[in-house]
Design a protein around this ligand. Structure first.
Ligand code: GDP
Length: 195
């Protein structure tokens, strides 16, 4: 996919109104430090446009990246960072749920899971929210370069089983280092969001 321009167009805090975008949106969810910024940057062909987690868990915003005036990438706040209060955790939950319920343009939600770890309770919760709100989930197993090739199918199976994913749900292994999975993810965006 050719990236002509990328613009962080809207940053929503807990009290901001969501933008009324006219182009389709695809959202990215996952626990903090899972590799969300790295994935978004790789898809946008940018080295470090999306924030990276210098201060994990600190950013409580929903960021809308306008790509080519054609589609928005929606960077949801990373959840599950241990060192924040329950009050802040609850706020994140409400922000994410509010967005899932209200966006009129959301077409596809990517749920990122570190390929090395069993999905957490938060991950399972997020998966359920996506499905219950009627969206099409795609699971991205991040940091695929961190495991041996021989471990790949076992880890993907663990993720599928723990999330109890519906039959046919795409699960894509991705590495920000090798860019493995990048084209496949863009194909899914084209199929489910741009048509
Ligand atoms: P975020 O908090 O979900 O936005 O995560 P980041 O994209 O900032 O990544 C968190 C950390 O994981 C950083 O140190 C990244 O360099 C590292 N990281 C992200 N993706 C990959 C990957 O595919 N492979 C490896 N080896 N490290 C990664």
């Amino acid at each position: 996919h050719v990236i002509k321009n990328v613009n962080l167009e809207t940053v929503c805090g807990i009290t901001s109104a969501l933008p009324e975008n006219i182009h389709p949106e695809v959202a990215f969810a996952g626990k903090s430090n899972v590799g969300k910024s790295s994935l978004i940057n790789a898809l946008m062909n940018r080295k470090s446009y999306a924030r990276t987690s210098q201060q994990p868990g600190k950013t409580q915003t929903i960021n809308f990246y306008n790509i080519n005036d054609e589609i928005y990438f929606v960077d949801l706040p990373g959840y599950g960072y241990a060192k924040v209060s329950n009050e802040i955790k609850a706020k994140w939950g409400r922000m994410i749920e509010n967005y899932l319920q209200r966006s009129k343009q959301l077409r596809l939600v990517f749920l990122l899971i570190d390929i090395r770890h069993e999905p957490s309770q938060n991950d399972r919760h997020m998966y359920r929210w996506i499905v219950e709100n009627g969206f099409y989930p795609v699971i991205i197993a991040t940091k695929a370069d961190k495991i041996k090739r021989s471990q790949l199918s076992k880890q993907l199976k663990l993720i599928k089983n723990t999330l109890d994913v519906a039959e046919g749900t795409p699960v894509v292994a991705f590495s920000a280092l090798s860019k493995q999975g990048r084209d496949e993810i863009w194909d899914l965006i084209e199929t489910y969001a741009l048509n």
